[in-house]
Design a protein around this ligand. Structure first.
Ligand SMILES: [Zn+2]
Length: 187
C-alpha cells in the first residue's frame, strides 16, 4: 500500500493516526464496487480513485467525501482517535507476514481467513500489542521498515471484484515482531 501512496498522503495518514489497514486501493473500481468492498472489509478510506474537485486529493470516505479537505469526515467515519492493537500475523502455507492494527483480533483473523487474504487461510497471530493510542502511526512505521520485503501479492478475484493484496511481507516473522516491539518502545 505504501508504494501506491504519495509522501503527502502517507504524512496525512500518520498525522491522523489512520492505519494502512483502513485504506483500500480503489483504482479502477466503480462506485458501487468501492462501497461494497469497503463495507465487506471494514475499510474507512478509499485511495487512488478519482481526485477531489477542489485540490486533487485521492483519499476519500466510503461515501466519497474528501478526508483531506475535511478531516472532520474522518472523525465521523473512523476509529482514528480510539486505541487499537498492533498485530503481526504469519501464514505457514505461504511463509508470508502481515502486520496491521485492530480492536478485535478474532474478527480480523476470521475476516482475513475467509477472504483468503494473500492467498492464505492459515493466518496465525504471532504478536499482539496491548491497545495503543498511536497504533496507526506505529503500523505505518512498521510498513516503512518492512518495505524492502514487500510481497507482490498481485490481484485476486473475490465476490466478482478485483482486490489487491499488497500488504504482505516476505520476511521472517520473528524479524517483524522484533521491529514491532522496537517501534512500540520508541513511540
Ligand atoms: Zn480534497
Amino acid at each position: 500500500m505504501l508504494q501506491l501512496l504519495t509522501a503527502e498522503e502517507i504524512a496525512f495518514l500518520e498525522k491522523q493516526n489512520l492505519a494502512l489497514d483502513e485504506v483500500l486501493w480503489v483504482e479502477g473500481m466503480s462506485v458501487s464496487e468501492r462501497k461494497a468492498v469497503m463495507k465487506a472489509q471494514g475499510k474507512l478510506i478509499a485511495a487512488g480513485g478519482s481526485p477531489c474537485a477542489i485540490a486533487g486529493h485521492r483519499l476519500r470516505t466510503r461515501h466519497g467525501h474528501c478526508v483531506q479537505c475535511d478531516t472532520a469526515k474522518i472523525a465521523f467515519a473512523s476509529r482514528a482517535s480510539k486505541s487499537a492493537s498492533v498485530y503481526v500475523l504469519h501464514s505457514h502455507s505461504t511463509g508470508l507476514v502481515k502486520v496491521g492494527v485492530t480492536t478485535n483480533i478474532d474478527d480480523r483473523l476470521a475476516n482475513l481467513r475467509s477472504q483468503a487474504y494473500g492467498e492464505a487461510t492459515d493466518w496465525k497471530v504471532v504478536f499482539l500489542s496491548p491497545e495503543l493510542k498511536n497504533a496507526g502511526r506505529i503500523e505505518i512505521s512498521l510498513h516503512k521498515a518492512l518495505r524492502s520485503h514487500e510481497h507482490e501479492g498481485g490481484f485476486s478475484m473475490r465476490a466478482g471484484t478485483v482486490q489487491r493484496s499488497t500488504e504482505c511481507f516476505s520476511c521472517d516473522s520473528e524479524y517483524a515482531v522484533g521491529l514491532a516491539k522496537r517501534l512500540i518502545d520508541k513511540d
